[in-house]
Design a protein around this ligand. Sequence first.
Ligand SMILES: Cc1cc2nc3c(=O)[nH]c(=O)nc-3n(C[C@H](O)[C@H](O)[C@H](O)COP(=O)(O)O)c2cc1C
Length: 159
Amino acid sequence: MDIKDFRGVMGNFITGVTVVTIPGDPPHGITVNSFTSVSLEPALISICLDHSSEADEKLKEGINDSYCVNILAADQRWIGEYFANMGEVEENPFEGENTKVLPTGSLYFEDSIAYIDCSLYDSIEEGDHTVYIGKVRDAGLLRPESEVLTYFRGKWGSI
Ligand SMILES: Cc1cc2nc3c(=O)[nH]c(=O)nc-3n(C[C@H](O)[C@H](O)[C@H](O)COP(=O)(O)O)c2cc1C
């Protein structure tokens, strides 16, 4: 199977877009759409991080044992672009945007649709990615009425 065909097929699965923040000085952010819920009892979620990403390095080092998933609103597209290192946005959202620090040390953007704060529960290396299972410590809806950011066939959209 051609890897390009695989990517092309997967791009037809519409997703929301999240920014995962990892505590630190400075904190780190990465744009992620591999986020999904895993279990209700206990409450578990997962994200998959590319081995070539800085975020993967930070969670693998074991220095950070928590991360926070921010579900992005349509008007936060620029934040998604910034943390995907797309190179068009210069303003660092950690400096310009309102954030709140949680007891785990993670932080969320106050203008996100919602946040899910997790402590690291398990990690599974598979191929060129690592699946990071997070145990949900806290979650909140911040802007339930706002349009959400989507990603579909390589393009940003909103619902
Ligand atoms: C919509 C979208 C979704 C993405 N989802 C993921 C993902 O689930 N996992 C991942 O490792 N990279 C994902 N990326 C790519 C990373 O955001 C990108 O490689 C980033 O530059 C890595 O940041 P870092 O190396 O500073 O941690 C996604 C990019 C976009 C635009």
